[in-house]
Design a protein around this ligand. Structure first.
Ligand code: CDP
Length: 238
């Protein structure tokens, strides 16, 4: 989110550098069962993002100090593969991956019926194979599909998407240039059945009016992505 106003990302026809209209989401495909040894798994290909989530558990929580007597804990790890971007990512946890793991766990905790599994742990591994902005959203979306695929009881799915603002125009589902050089980024985690929010971060500045447009774009995209996710979970094509 550099806010470089001089980087031209909307052309004379009002289209974005990848040819999308401001209201358009990148193409998205969801597939389940991609990690056969996991209890549940999902792959989300979203624009050039390629993200896999695998779920293991519920299992006994170890070490015992992490156990909660009244509920399960969600152990979420978001990681970018070293080859997932043009700059090689140093393997292992860093400040950004810890932050994304934490916000992802908090978003998912809102829907998973953790109280059904006291003293247990549910492990959620999110691996970004290819990154093109919005990987936290793709990760949350993949993790929620993987949890549902694992048969973990949930009150709803979570779909996450980030709209924002570039060259003074509010746009849906930011790509990498828009994320890096745009004026604002608004990732949201949405429960598609109730329309409730379980996650919201904001980077940059949006007027109240622009915030409303970005919010509506995220809500519309979430409903579209939910249909794709529901089809994937029923075993149909993405
Ligand atoms: O991926 P997301 O938009 O959720 O998070 P970000 O921190 O706003 O990163 C935006 C994009 O920058 C990522 O999706 C990657 O494409 C890129 N990035 C990178 O190339 N190297 C990093 N160490 C972190 C991010």
């Amino acid at each position: 989110m550099g806010g470089y106003g001089d980087v031209q990302m909307i052309d004379d026809k009002g289209l974005r550098m990848d040819g999308r209209k401001p209201s358009e989401c990148r193409p998205i495909e969801i597939e389940t069962g991609v990690v056969p040894v996991a209890d549940g798994s999902a792959r989300v290909r979203w624009g050039l993002n390629d993200v896999i989530a695998a779920v293991y558990g519920p299992m006994e929580a170890h070490p015992r100090k992490i156990q909660r007597q009244d509920r399960a804990v969600l152990d979420v790890r978001y990681n970018m593969a070293p080859f997932s971007t043009t700059d090689r990512i140093r393997p292992g946890f860093n400040r950004r991956s810890r932050e994304i793991s934490k916000v992802t766990a908090e978003a998912l905790e809102s829907v998973v019926l953790l109280e059904l599994y006291p003293r247990s742990k549910i492990r959620v591994e999110i691996e970004v194979l290819c990154a093109e902005a919005g990987t936290r959203c793709a990760g949350i979306t993949a993790a929620s599909a993987a949890l549902a695929h694992a048969g973990i009881p949930m009150t709803d799915l979570v779909v996450s998407v980030a709209s924002g603002k570039v060259n003074g125009v509010v746009v849906c589902d930011l790509n990498k240039e828009e994320d890096n050089y745009g004026e604002a980024d608004l990732p949201m985690g949405i429960l598609p059945n109730s329309g409730e929010l379980v996650f919201l971060q904001m980077d940059g500045d949006l007027s109240q009016e622009d915030f409303k447009i970005a919010w509506d774009y995220n809500m519309e995209a979430a409903s579209h992505i939910h249909e794709i996710m529901a089809r994937a979970l029923k075993g149909g094509d993405a």
